[in-house]
Design a protein around this ligand. Structure first.
Ligand SMILES: [Zn+2]
Length: 289
């Protein structure tokens, strides 16, 4: 079910078109017999729903997809309600989750770029690309994407996992952090690991990437080998970290995340005997984007 991105509104809008409608970061959705439902044009036409900041996203399996915000919190839509995107992971079809994530990022960007950051004038949509332009000073703003690394550090058949202060549910995961201006992703990997747990790494290699719409990260996954140092957690972000074998993993993140895919790669490789020479399993890209 391929997704084809676009920004120019189509000439026609089939009644089956999908609408990813947000209010304060929560998505308009309805529980159906076969899972959660995204409202379609025909659903919204039945109710008094006032939408603002409409954007065209592209097509999912040929169906037009739109993003918008609810003009006000009150909704009266026959079972539709607002739900946080994170809570929909595992409940909404995976291909819809990724389009919803894309919509969430664009709604957030659109909302926070109504005025020029340089001169304060109201911005306008650019007609030939997804961007906003200031008619006063010509400043152009594109949807923001914030690159972040996420890394599986390996030492003697063990993986380094930490518990972050922000994690809900007490699980352990691979380390992650945002890239700084002027820094390569490999430099970011080395810095983040050293800052967060005091470990030095080597042999940093690419694993795969995944957009993470909370609110606009692009997670770039790496594998790295231990090169030196003892675990010394920073206590500001990471509150606990340790080396774990594939047969003795603590609670880990849900399947959909690249963090989990890194840990699953490790578990596959290091739970099997004689697997030292096994190449990293191909990264499984998300299905539709
Ligand atoms: Zn301006």
């Amino acid at each position: 079910m391929p997704f084809n991105p676009d920004f120019t509104f189509p000439a026609t809008e089939p009644a089956r078109s999908l609408w990813f409608v947000f209010h304060e970061g929560r998505l308009l959705i309805k529980a159906g017999d076969e899972g959660q439902l995204i409202p379609r044009t025909r659903d919204l036409a039945k109710f008094d729903v006032s939408l603002i900041h409409k954007q065209y996203l592209g097509t999912l399996d040929g169906l037009p997809c739109f993003a918008a915000e609810l003009a006000h919190h009150r909704i009266d839509c026959d079972g539709f309600e607002l739900e946080g995107l994170r809570r929909l992971f595992g409940r909404l079809q995976e291909e819809l989750i990724w389009v919803a994530g894309r919509a969430n990022q664009l709604v957030d960007w659109n909302q926070s770029h109504q005025f020029c950051g340089r001169c304060g004038h109201a911005t306008a949509d650019k007609h030939n690309e997804r961007a906003k332009i200031c008619p006063q000073c010509n400043l152009i703003n594109y949807p923001r994407v914030s690159p972040a690394i996420i890394v599986a550090v390996i030492k003697d058949n063990q993986i380094l996992l930490g518990s972050n202060r922000r994690f809900k549910g007490g699980f352990y995961s691979v380390l992650a952090g945002f890239a700084e201006p002027g820094e390569s992703l490999e430099e970011c990997v080395a810095r983040e690991v050293n800052e967060e747990v005091g470990i030095v790494v080597k042999n940093i290699r690419y694993f795969g990437s995944q957009p993470w719409p909370f609110p606009n990260s692009l997670m770039v996954g790496f594998i790295a080998d231990y090169a030196g140092g003892r675990i010394n957690v920073d206590k500001s972000e990471i509150i606990e970290a340790a080396w774990y074998s594939a047969r003795n993993l603590p609670p880990i993140p849900p399947k959909i995340s690249i963090a989990r895919q890194l840990i699953d790669w490790f578990a596959d490789k290091y739970s099997m005997p004689h697997s030292e020479k096994m190449a990293p399993k191909a990264y499984r890209p998300k299905p539709c984007l």
